[in-house]
Design a protein around this ligand. Structure first.
Ligand code: KG4
Ligand code: ZN
Length: 396
């Protein structure tokens, strides 16, 4: 297959995202693509009021967002053309969209007034994530697959985060948005830190991963968000903790544990740290000491506690597995303090750090396109829409 346009879909949590990429070089040794459109609608403000992501609400928002996003993505990609169109597979479609009433009517309205666009393949996140949220994207993909008669490549969201480091700095204006995928000498270690995951993954090759350790309870992002909430910040609190921590300092009244830092394995635990923070905040509050300075000092100490543990275990794993470099990805990789600490540490250790572009740290569909693209390039495997389902606890 030569020229191809690919639509990528991401709805695993609270970002609805669609991208269109174009490739001319799928079959060559050096595959690459350009980005025709890359869109994200964040639901953060909607969920902020409730202190976290509500699956049912996320599902409804995705359903509302997907059709207008598709219009915009096709327009930006110059693939949008109006024309009356008869829908042939109405029964099959109805069955798929039965569970997505908010999506159904808008989508059917749209596809009956546009010409089938030159999209050749769909890549969609099928897990891990919030099942109701994932299902909207999956059913959207299945419906389009039937309507436009195109195959699907299911993508693991975490693989998306790992491969997000393959996009060039100016990927948007690049004919070849991907770095040369042969310029990497495996194995790498990947530290995945997001709202739902904290994992150390051995990257043996693109598409070949092994989880070597993970959190036994809360994820790093989740701990950030929960501690932020205790300090009075709205969801998602991770970025707010890092903002106030800048003004914080070492304070003898503010001491938090470094859970499991000396265990010789790659498991993490952040729930105890969160509980310790809760007791500390309560104690300081009772003593009337919880002012803005103190809050900054708590944020500072919390960030240090998390970072100390992450660094200790990551370096240990890099040594054991002779990793050639470290990939840090996932939403929390937007945290400057953590990244600066790792940069310094890896410099001393003599190894290279790979990070996604800031824009691609959070959830997006370009990383899904990238992971799906590499997977298809390696295996040339697609599936039929009937074989696709959402898997909330999908593993790498
Ligand atoms: O990968 P992501 O966008 O969604 C999931 O797949 O979970 O990660 C979101 C998480 C949230 O917990 C958010 O608070 C955290 O990433 N986060 C941060 C920062 N920016 C986002 N945590 C700490 N510091 C930040 N600057
Ligand atoms: Zn994510």
């Amino acid at each position: 297959m030569g020229h191809m346009n690919i639509l990528a879909i991401e709805t695993s949590c609270d970002e609805t995202a669609l991208s269109v990429i174009h490739t001319e070089t799928f079959d060559t040794e050096n595959p690459n693509f350009s980005v025709l459109s890359d869109l994200v609608i964040s639901q953060i403000e909607i969920h902020a009021k409730y202190g976290g992501v509500f699956p049912a609400m996320a599902k409804r928002e995705h359903a509302k967002n997907l059709t207008p996003l598709l219009v915009q993505a096709l327009q930006e990609s110059k693939l949008y053309q109006e024309s009356t169109n008869v829908i042939n597979d109405a029964d099959q479609l109805k069955e798929i969209l039965e569970r997505e009433p908010e999506l159904s009517s808008e989508l059917i309205k749209l596809v009956s007034k546009i010409k089938k666009p030159a999209i050749d393949m769909i890549m969609v996140t099928h897990g891990p994530g919030l099942a109701p949220a994932l299902w909207v994207g999956v059913n959207f993909a299945r419906a389009l697959s039937i309507l436009w008669d195109i195959p699907i490549v299911p993508v693991n969201h975490m693989e998306g985060h790992i491969t997000s480091i393959l996009l060039k700095e100016n990927y948007i204006n690049e004919k070849n948005a991907l770095l040369n995928i042969h310029s990497f000498t495996f194995p790498y270690l990947s530290l995945l830190i997001s709202g739902g995951h904290t994992q150390l993954v051995l990257v043996k090759n693109w598409g070949d991963y092994q989880i070597i350790g993970e959190s036994i309870d809360d994820a790093v992002g989740e701990a950030f968000d929960k501690v932020a909430r205790m300090l009075g910040f709205s969801y998602p609190g991770g970025p707010k903790i890092s903002q106030v921590a800048i003004h914080g300092k070492k304070n003898d009244l503010v001491q938090l544990p470094r859970p499991m830092i000396y265990t010789k394995d790659y498991r993490f635990s952040f729930s105890g740290l969160k509980t310790a923070a809760r007791y500390l905040i309560k104690e300081l509050e009772e003593k009337n000491l919880l002012n803005a300075h103190m809050i900054s000092d708590i944020a500072y100490e919390f960030e240090h506690a998390v970072t100390d543990v992450l660094i200790k275990k990551t370096i240990l794993a890099m040594q054991e597995y002779s990793a050639q470099g470290l990939i840090i990805a996932g939403g929390v990789s937007a945290n400057n303090f953590i990244i600066e600490a790792f940069t310094k540490e890896l410099d001393e250790y003599g190894s290279k750090l790979y990070l996604p572009e800031k824009k691609l740290c959070g959830d997006n569909s370009l990383m899904i396109a990238t992971a799906g693209f590499i997977q298809y390039w390696k295996n040339k495997k697609t599936i039929n829409q009937s074989e696709l389902s959402a898997i909330g606890n999908l593993r790498l």
